[in-house]
Design a protein around this ligand. Sequence first.
Ligand SMILES: [Mg+2]
Length: 375
Amino acid sequence: MKIHSIEVLPVRLPLRSVVTLSRGVSRTIEEGKQIAMVKMTADDGTVGWGEAGPSRRWSAETTHSTYTTIKHYLAPVLIGRDPFDIAGLHAAMNMEMAPGFDPGQPIAKGAVDMAAHDLICKKLGINLQTWLGSKLTDRIELSYLVSAPDPEATGKVVEQGLSEGFRAFKLKVGHDPSVDVENVRVAMEIAKGCIVWPDANQGYDLDQALRAAQGFEKLGVELFEQPIPMTDIYGLKKLLTSTSMNISLDEAAMGLPFVVDLLRRGAVEGLVCKVQKVGGIHYARQLCELARNAGIKLIGSGLMDAPIGFAASVHVFAAFGIDYPADLNGPQHLAGDYLKTPLPMDGQAALVPLAPGLGCDIDEDRVRGALHLAL
Ligand SMILES: [Mg+2]
């Protein structure tokens, strides 16, 4: 079996609400959720779908960069290759687009990786979790994302999430530590008995992070995501010795070799897995198994994923297990998608799709028509 063609189809999905990260709004209502969808077709006509949905406020890739990278650099070196040789596809992509601390435009590579996995699983008539060879669970509980500027607004968002049945809340912090601590305090007070954790998205310097950590710890917070810049390993080690909270790495944990280096330095207690940021399912499964073997916390997250990225994440997280409800907030923020039939849910838990591949039934007419994004 050979890869016959790889098409990149840019789409825009409408947003219901925005997320404010430490660097600002991840995508505006006007921008919407922009995605470079990948359609991979084999020489026997089997089709696989993948997607790249970056936010330039989270990492250095954009809709345009993923589109041009896949179209002009990744696709040409993959045509004619065996899609079952996933490691070989990545080796070819990495020869073309060099890895650094991260896998080198991982979100673009991740879209191709998802399409290849979808294609081979469809060819075999199995779902992705079966291909992964691990079925720890068949459902992934979701968390509700809160990015509000002050305690009053925080309280309203948390109440909304509670009313929709969520029992876990992740708060975007990384602004003013005293306001952030107060926001978390209000969230914990309203969402009594629920899991609440802050994510600073590298927004603090070390001094701010130490102050914030002290405040969060007093409130009883157990998990604190990516407090300081990913490059500050000295600060990370200082932070780890100053708090009993689990400091988990997200932006710092994009490339496996760098994660291994951090483990060697004793600088990792928790890893956040996002299928897109690590370069796709091939690396995500390795990150999950690494965390499991290292005996550290594993947290599941995403990039406000649309259904393809969402489904891929659910398969991976359910295969290897995660320690907290997953921050897969696509359903919370996206006001529409490209599916003919919705993905299976049970309340605020995502069920592992059982249909072959990732389990997404793509409405290709809408992808090429109403949802098309002109770049
Ligand atoms: Mg994060």
